[in-house]
Structures are given as structure tokens and as C-alpha cells.
Design a protein around this ligand. Structure first.
Ligand code: PAF
Length: 293
């Protein structure tokens, strides 16, 4: 295993030692990292473009991380489209793609691997229904940070809780990385782009727009001064259930700590996770974000 040129001219590296060697040297400058699980769409491309604009060397990792999937989740069927991803990344002018096999990231196996937990943030909302998920995310992202040593790393705001977990990890462990959140890219219907949208049928894809519509309505109610956040959450969950979703949660939360709002909370976010057909969808809206809602 080493560095090799694929059909696409972008440089693909599959092991840690050659990646470190490649990222050493005077001409590397500021390294930017975009961690992904591949199956790239316009949301990822927005991350890559932000990285390219900010960094001298842009590294994209493509790794479907088994540690963030619980037994019975979609690890096996998660779409793996490396050749197509490489072609997209070549067009975007990415310098290096790091796509390691599982054994390179978990050399002692999964069970005996060091795990990073960000307890307060990892157990609520998505963490409550996906126990261990954010431990898997934090652990793999910490390893990628160690291996790539980026000055900045870019994550989508669509997974707001993931962003909060990673920011907390970096702050608490004094990692020398700036975590940059990039706004969610949406379909014209408002549906947040996601690799998991591929699990939706055409009909469900149209239905799925209701998730963002409902969150925007909830954000508007909060902004309008409605103090009973539990009622807003209930109304939103009812609207989603009526629209065919199986709701996991709708939460009006402090945007950084993800706790319920109190009198001192200034920055609120409305977040939700819900299943539609075979897809588990997440989305979130900032209460102050949207002048148009
Ligand atoms: O958001 C994702 O695609 C993944 O959770 C990440 C950050 C690449 C870690 O595996």
C-alpha cells in the first residue's frame, strides 16, 4: 500500500506512513482537511471549496468508519463510490485523498481501540438513539487530526451535533485545529443533501421536504416569542408524524451546549431526526438564521 495515481489524476494515499511523508515539506503550507465517508454530493463539494479557498494543501479523507455505526445500522450497505468520488475531487483541485482500509485506522481491532468520549454532548438527541455513535466520530476524527495535522478542518452544519462534539473535543483536548462549520447545502425543496437521501424513493424524496419546512416553522415560533418550547417540539413532531415520518426527536436547544434553553440562552437551534422509509434524516435550523421563515 502506498501512494498511487488512479484513473483520476488526484493523488490517492491509502496508508498513514506515506500520507505523513507526503504532507511533510516546505511547500505544503497550511493544510486543510475535509473528513468524509465518501459518496460525495454538493454538500461535500461546498466543504472542499471552502477548504481550497482557505488552505494551501487540501486533504480529503474518505473512510466509512465502522465505529460510528451501531449493530443493525447501515454500515454494510452505506454507499461506497470511491472512483466517482476521486473524479469529483480531481475536478475540485484537491491535492490528496486519504482513503485507508479499516485495518489502517484500527490496527488493534475495534474492541481494543482507544475511544474518545465527549460525554455531555454525545448522549443527547442523536446520541440517545445511536449510543456510541459520537464516540466513533470523535475517535476517528481525532485520529485523522493526528495523522494529517491540519490547521483547519471543515464539517457540514447539517450534522450540527457532530460539529458541537468535535468543537468540544478540540477545545477540551487543546488540539491545534480550527474547526470550521460550513452551511448546509439543500435541494430546491429545502431537503438537506445527504448520502442517505439515496435510500429514499422518488415519492419519499418529495415528502422529505416537510422536515425542513417544519423546523423553519418551529424556529419562527421561537423567534416570535413562544416560550413553551416543549409545545413547539410536540407540534413539530405531530406535523412530521402526520406527514409520514417516524420521529426520533425534535429539540429546541442551546446551539452550543445542546441543552434545553434557559433565560440566559441567546443562541437557539431547532434540531430533529426522523425516519422516512429506509432513510434516517437529520436537519437543523438556527432560530436567528432565517429572515425568510
Ligand atoms: O460526517 C461524516 O461524514 C462523518 O461522521 C465523519 C466526520 C467523516 C467521521 O467519520
Amino acid at each position: 500500500m502506498g501512494a498511487r495515481q488512479l484513473r483520476a489524476a488526484v493523488e490517492l494515499v491509502e496508508a498513514i506512513a506515506p500520507l505523513r511523508a507526503r504532507l511533510r515539506g516546505a511547500d505544503i503550507g497550511r493544510i486543510g482537511l475535509v473528513p468524509t465517508m465518501g459518496n460525495l454530493h454538493e454538500g461535500h463539494i461546498a466543504l472542499v471549496r471552502t477548504c481550497r479557498a482557505a488552505a494551501d494543501t487540501c486533504v480529503v479523507s474518505v473512510f466509512v468508519n465502522p465505529a460510528q455505526f451501531a449493530p443493525g445500522e447501515d454500515f454494510e450497505r452505506y454507499p461506497r463510490t470511491l472512483d466517482a468520488d476521486l473524479r469529483l475531487l480531481e475536478v475540485e483541485g484537491v491535492d490528496v485523498v486519504f482513503a485507508p482500509p479499516v485495518g489502517e485506522m484500527y490496527p488493534d481491532g475495534r474492541r481494543d481501540h482507544t475511544t474518545i468520549t465527549v460525554p455531555a454532548l454525545a448522549r443527547v438527541l442523536c446520541g440517545a438513539s445511536r449510543p456510541g455513535h459520537f464516540d466513533g466520530v470523535a475517535t476517528v476524527v481525532a485520529k485523522l487530526f493526528n495523522v494529517v495535522a491540519p490547521r483547519q478542518a471543515f464539517f457540514g452544519e447539517k450534522d450540527w451535533q457532530q460539529l458541537a462534539v468535535i468543537r468540544a473535543m478540540v477545545r477540551q483536548l487543546d488540539m491545534p485545529v480550527e474547526v470550521v462549520g460550513v452551511p448546509t447545502v439543500r435541494a430546491p425543496s429545502g431537503l438537506a443533501l445527504s448520502s442517505r437521501n439515496g435510500y429514499l424513493t422518488a415519492g419519499e424524496r418529495a415528502q422529505a421536504a416537510l422536515l425542513n419546512i417544519t423546523l423553519r416553522k418551529a424556529a419562527r415560533a421561537v423567534r416570535g416569542g413562544e416560550r413553551d418550547h416543549r409545545r413547539i417540539e410536540r407540534d413539530a413532531a405531530d406535523a412530521l408524524s402526520a406527514g409520514g415520518f417516524e420521529v426520533e426527536y425534535v429539540g429546541v436547544r442551546d446551539a452550543a451546549r445542546l441543552v434545553e434553553a434557559d433565560a440566559n440562552t441567546v443562541n437557539l437551534r431547532v434540531l430533529a431526526a426522523a425516519r422516512l422509509g429506509r432513510a434516517r434524516l437529520i436537519d437543523n435550523v438556527g432560530v436567528e438564521d432565517e429572515a425568510d421563515v
